[in-house]
Design a protein around this ligand. Structure first.
Ligand SMILES: [Zn+2]
Length: 131
């Protein structure tokens, strides 16, 4: 069972950006710029966002979870499945997760939510202070 900490919701920023796009203040090409790496992550690790793309109305809007943190070492900066997140949360003291929604049709992408996962405890096996 995951218990996210320091949850930040980016719904307001997302809504403001979409309003700018609809009003023509921000070009669609500026917000629909998901790169090949992000698109591939959306196809392989993405889960359904449960809503249509806000830009092109395509129904297959995906959500991808990216993990970051020093204690993750080489895993930091990669996309992970929900099962991976649970496994990491049980093993690592703390790491942050950035949930990004991605449209594989028009390449819209935006940060949806960020939070911190982990045991909250320092890694086992560190040297004891006693001698
Ligand atoms: Zn789209």
């Amino acid at each position: 069972m995951l218990s996210p900490r320091q949850v930040v919701d980016y719904a307001l920023q997302r809504r403001a950006l979409l309003a700018d796009v609809r009003a023509g203040r921000v070009g669609r090409e500026e917000v629909c710029d998901a790169g090949a790496y992000l698109l591939r992550a959306a196809r392989f690790h993405g889960t359904s966002a449960g809503r249509a793309c806000p830009v092109c109305r395509h129904e297959e809007l995906a959500q991808v979870s990216w993990v970051f943190g020093e204690s993750l070492r080489h895993v930091s900066g990669s996309a992970r499945s929900a099962a991976d997140l649970e496994q990491l949360a049980a093993q690592v003291a703390d790491f942050s997760v950035h949930v990004v929604e991605v449209c594989t049709e028009c390449r819209w992408n935006h940060l949806v939510r960020s939070f911190v996962l982990g045991t909250g405890r320092p890694r086992r096996g560190r040297r004891s202070a006693g001698g």
